[in-house]
Design a protein around this ligand. Structure first.
Ligand SMILES: [Zn+2]
Length: 238
């Protein structure tokens, strides 16, 4: 089956759920800029502040990476950024994570939840431990949000009524099913969003500069969709 073009019709809000600052900046943020440019509201929920991801001590790195993430969000038109304080590097599959996702879904009320693949192996290599946990928590929490009998305390104590998410978009998911066509402006914004992680990237000596590989990567995915640039994803109807 060929890759289908992803339709934005009827989408008002998109919630992106990932483990770390920068997880959305390897291609997904091009789609985010495409959406925000079309008037769709996009929010980010991060489980950790990525404090274990650099050579400097976590106490310094957490706030630094949170600030870089805010700048990355600004580059693609995202105002609502929530960074939770789960521990980076040792994220555990837990009901707490699922409840956190369900809470944000019921609060923000997205039509679409986007996350990154939870597969052991991603297209770019062996998947990272937190990414595997975060992806599944995003899926499960998105579904929990629609069930009135799961996490009843969200209704009883926080007044958060169930909300049904229509579609789940998985970046790096397999098999690929859809492509989100993005413009040159979206690609440029995505490059700027990754470049915003300045200190983080400077800490990785072998990391190519964002403008060296992101446009090329999105162009390669675009060829499969028959467009200049695209983000290829796996879509599930929920
Ligand atoms: Zn990550």
């Amino acid at each position: 089956m060929g890759i289908e073009r992803f339709s934005d019709e009827g989408i008002r809000r998109v919630l992106c759920v990932v483990a770390h600052p920068d997880d959305l900046e390897y291609g997904a943020s091009a789609a985010v800029h495409h959406w925000t440019s079309a008037g769709i509201e996009v929010a980010y929920l991060l489980f950790t502040s990525g404090e274990a991801g650099m050579q400097a001590p976590p106490e310094e790195v957490g706030p630094l990476r949170a600030a870089e993430q805010r700048e990355a969000c600004a580059a693609v038109g995202v105002e609502r950024l929530t960074i939770l304080d789960h521990p980076d590097g040792v994220l555990q599959p837990s009901l707490d994570l699922r409840r956190d996702v369900a809470r944000e879904v019921r609060t923000f009320r997205p039509d679409v939840v986007l996350t990154t693949t939870w597969a052991d192996e991603a297209p770019w290599g062996l998947n990272q431990a937190d990414h595997r946990v975060a992806g599944l928590a995003a899926v499960d929490g998105a579904r929990d949000a629609g069930n009135p009998w799961v996490f009843r305390e969200l209704v009883d104590r926080e007044g958060l009524e169930p909300w049904h998410v229509s579609r789940l978009v998985v970046a790096g998911g397999s098999p690929l099913s859809h492509g989100i066509a993005v413009s040159d402006a979206d690609v440029a914004a995505a490059v700027a969003s990754l470049a915003a992680h300045r200190a983080y990237l400077a800490d990785l000596p072998d990391h190519p500069s964002p403008d060296e590989f992101l446009p090329e990567m999105l162009a390669g995915q675009g060829r499969e969709l028959g467009t200049d640039h695209a983000l290829l994803v796996r879509v599930h109807d929920l």
